[in-house]
Design a protein around this ligand. Structure first.
Ligand SMILES: Cc1cc2nc3c(=O)[nH]c(=O)nc-3n(C[C@H](O)[C@H](O)[C@H](O)COP(=O)(O)OP(=O)(O)OC[C@H]3O[C@@H](n4cnc5c(N)ncnc54)[C@H](O)[C@@H]3O)c2cc1C
Length: 503
């Protein structure tokens, strides 16, 4: 029997929208793109500041929590993942970085060196037209004073640099992979929302469709592409019987292919920061008119605080000040963020963090139950490698110096937390232990590569047929900056590779 669709792409996120659109553009066949969450038609999705209300809202955020983190005093961290058309790219801050060129060369995966991936980045950027943010706060603009040789160019992880970042925003509105690639849906592509996949269906060894959590089944002639992200894709794969046999046996899941590394290699960019009080956006009596006018200012001019994705800029530098590649990234937020345990606090100020560009620590993702309604166990493994903590503490020290050097002028604030008294190695380590979080960049749980890697360099899942992965989970190692652009590049390469391999 022939199915209505040739491919089912699971997850309409940053990578999935592009993989699906490229498959039909290259005439590989008809594509059904299915998404667990709702459409992205809320004004909060398009307005940059809207993410403040979406994060933590179960309608548009999967709201996962990590396992207790051994090196962070047993704390559980939020693992925010977008749950709607556009995926995490509809809930994120839209910071746009390709990564360092040598990030891709270091992967050492055939077909994924810098020269292989650069054309895919260009193709994505032609559709999304990312660019330097307009209307950034003067504090963020002042970061350019740190490395003046580069003028007002957005910084880059290639060398030490600071300033206003580039974003995938156009005229003060989010432009996600969904906006750039599936609106309007190209001929041959059907998008269906509010359909959550439980597992892959197989005919023999070949993926032939999916079963949804409501028990219904959908078929595909040529196969299935998993684009459910670094948490969703390995979870679906394990529920489908592809994963570490011992774990699947324990949960009563029939083992189709023993793949020890499925769910392994989970990592993210760990970060910790400094809060300053003084100038910057915040909740004070004098700022009430500013907040009251913000919606109108945004509607009329697409500027002002509602046009800010909160993160506006930052820096890349070497944590120890060595004449080597930057190994940490700063995100700069010209808003007062609460550090006293409350979401909203009285006062104004700004925040800057330090995140490790190329962390060495690794964790793992495991199913906690065969029921798709049960959240997986997400052990981020932060600071399992102690050199990450050393780098973060060194980076915090240097960040303090940089914040003192920046030409903030009359906008300069004073460090309020952890505060100038927290100087010693021991005290800074304690600050990291109590406050570190991640940048929401989980990758690596279905790494591609040779040998025992679960996914081969053509994005095909080893041990079965007609099943591919196209999302951030295939990165063998995280890129040196934010992961949205690289995820989209992976979606684009997936469209190219699967079309070529399915003729
Ligand atoms: C709060 C936040 C801020 C971020 N800020 C930035 C930033 O400023 N810049 C940047 O570069 N990166 C940022 N990131 C990271 C970036 O957005 C992600 O790396 C990128 O979106 C990952 O793309 P993906 O395609 O792998 O997964 P996603 O975009 O997460 O897509 C996965 C999709 O699959 C769907 N799905 C999952 N399970 C199922 C299922 N069982 N059935 C059907 N559908 C399913 C999900 O709902 C989702 O739509 C941020 C992320 C978050 C969460």
């Amino acid at each position: 029997m022939t199915a209505e669709h040739d491919f089912i792409v699971v997850g309409a996120g940053s990578a999935g929208c592009i993989a699906a659109a490229e498959l039909v553009r290259r005439e590989a066949g008809k594509v059904l793109l299915i998404e667990a969450g709702p459409p992205d038609n809320s004004p909060l999705v398009k307005m940059p500041f809207g993410l403040v209300w979406m994060i933590g809202n179960t309608r548009r955020d999967w709201c996962y929590s990590s396992a207790p983190q051994k090196h962070l005093g047993g704390r559980r961290l939020n693992v925010t993942r977008g749950r709607m058309v556009g995926g995490s790219g509809s809930i994120n801050s839209m910071v746009w970085f390709r990564g360092r060129k040598d990030d891709f060369d270091t992967w050492q995966v055939p077909g994924w060196s810098w020269s292989d991936v650069a054309p895919a980045f260009e193709a994505v950027e032609t559709r999304l037209t990312p660019g330097r943010m307009q209307g950034a706060h003067p504090l963020t603009e002042a970061l350019h004073s740190l490395f003046p040789a580069y003028g007002t160019q957005p910084p880059t992880p290639e060398y030490e640099s600071a300033g206003v970042f580039a974003f995938n925003m156009v005229d003060g509105r989010r432009r996600s992979a969904a906006d750039g690639f599936i609106k309007p849906a190209p001929k041959g592509l059907t998008l269906q929302t509010s359909l959550e996949v439980d597992r892959i269906l197989f005919t023999g060894d070949k993926a032939s469709g999916v079963r949804l959590v409501d028990g219904s089944e959908l078929q595909a002639n040529k196969g299935v592409v998993l684009s459910a992200g670094s948490i969703g894709s390995p979870s679906i794969l394990m529920r489908s019987g592809v994963g570490p046999k011992a774990d699947l046996d324990r949960l009563g899941i029939d083992n189709r292919h023993d793949a020890e590394e499925v769910g392994e290699n989970l990592h993210d960019h760990p970060a910790a920061g400094l809060h300053f009080t003084g100038s910057g956006y915040g909740l004070t009596a004098s700022q009430i008119p500013g907040w009251a006018l913000a919606p109108f200012q945004y509607l009329i001019t697409r500027r002002g605080r509602f046009a800010s994705p909160t993160v506006e800029g930052g820096a890349f530098f070497n944590a120890r000040g060595l004449n080597e590649a930057p190994d940490v990234q700063t995100h700069f937020i010209p808003f007062m963020l609460g550090w006293q345990g409350k979401r909203y606090v009285y006062g104004s100020g700004y925040f800057a963090d330090v995140g490790i560009c190329r962390p060495k620590s690794r964790g793992a993702l495991r199913l906690s139950d065969s029921d798709p309604g049960a959240a997986p166990e997400i052990d981020l493994g932060l600071f399992n490698d102690s050199s990450d903590l050393d780098t973060l503490v060194a980076g915090l020290k240097r960040l303090r110096n940089l914040m003192e050097q920046a030409d903030f002028g009359r906008h300069r604030g004073r460090e309020a937390f952890p505060g100038p008294s927290v100087q010693s190695q021991k005290a800074l380590r304690a600050h990291v232990r109590e406050r570190a979080a991640t940048a929401y960049h989980p990758v690596g749980t279905l790494r591609m590569g040779a040998g025992s890697a679960p996914v081969d360099p053509r994005l095909s899942v080893r041990g079965v047929e007609g099943l591919w992965v196209a999302d951030a989970s295939v990165m063998p190692a995280v890129t040196s900056a934010n992961t949205n652009a690289p995820s989209m590049m992976i979606g684009y390469r997936a469209g190219e590779m699967i079309s070529e391999d399915c003729v």
